[in-house]
Design a protein around this ligand. Structure first.
Ligand code: 4NP
Length: 155
């Protein structure tokens, strides 16, 4: 079974769709067979496309995320995915509370996969300006690359 990774933020319209897209791109570059998805801990944006600012920064970096739709994380995800990767500590704490007793997924923070940035959050850009989305892209890109490299090594 290939590794399967679920990226989780609050709304599933800014950070986690970008992380999903960056990870899929990096896996393709490394010729790594993976499954990628994303979800939110909140339910406000279920069924919605990514925030237009997230779509714009993805497009600027060569990726189209317009077809993605928001969904909420659910207990079955903890058995379906080999890895669940939170974008910040609040979302990681939420995931720990939601995890069923028979959860098998490995839980981590995205930036735990980047040397020297362990424990750091990917800041929520939703209430900020457009420049914040460039920072988000830079963060999810290094995180996705670090995770893909670890999976390639079999860590
Ligand atoms: P995300 O950003 O968690 O990166 O998708 C947010 C999107 C929406 C909200 C908060 C954060 N909201 O409060 O609706």
């Amino acid at each position: 079974m290939p590794p399967s990774v679920l990226f989780v933020c609050l709304g599933n319209i800014c950070r986690s769709p970008l992380a999903e897209a960056a990870f899929r791109e990096e896996a393709r570059r490394l010729k790594l067979n993976v499954v990628a998805d994303s979800a939110g801990t909140g339910d406000w944006h279920v069924g919605s496309p990514p925030d237009p600012r997230a779509q714009a920064v993805a497009r600027k970096n060569g990726v189209d995320i317009s077809a993605l739709r928001g969904r909420q994380v659910k207990p079955a995800d903890f058995r379906r995915f080999t890895h669940i990767v939170a974008l910040d500590e609040d979302n990681l704490a939420h995931l720990r509370r939601l995890a069923p007793p028979d959860a098998t997924a490995d839980l981590s923070l995205l930036l735990d996969h980047v040397e020297g940035r362990e424990g750091q959050p990917v800041a929520d850009p939703y209430f900020g300006d457009d420049d914040g989305f460039d920072v988000t892209w830079a963060d999810v890109f290094v995180g996705a690359r670090g995770l893909a490299q670890k999976l390639r090594r079999g860590d």
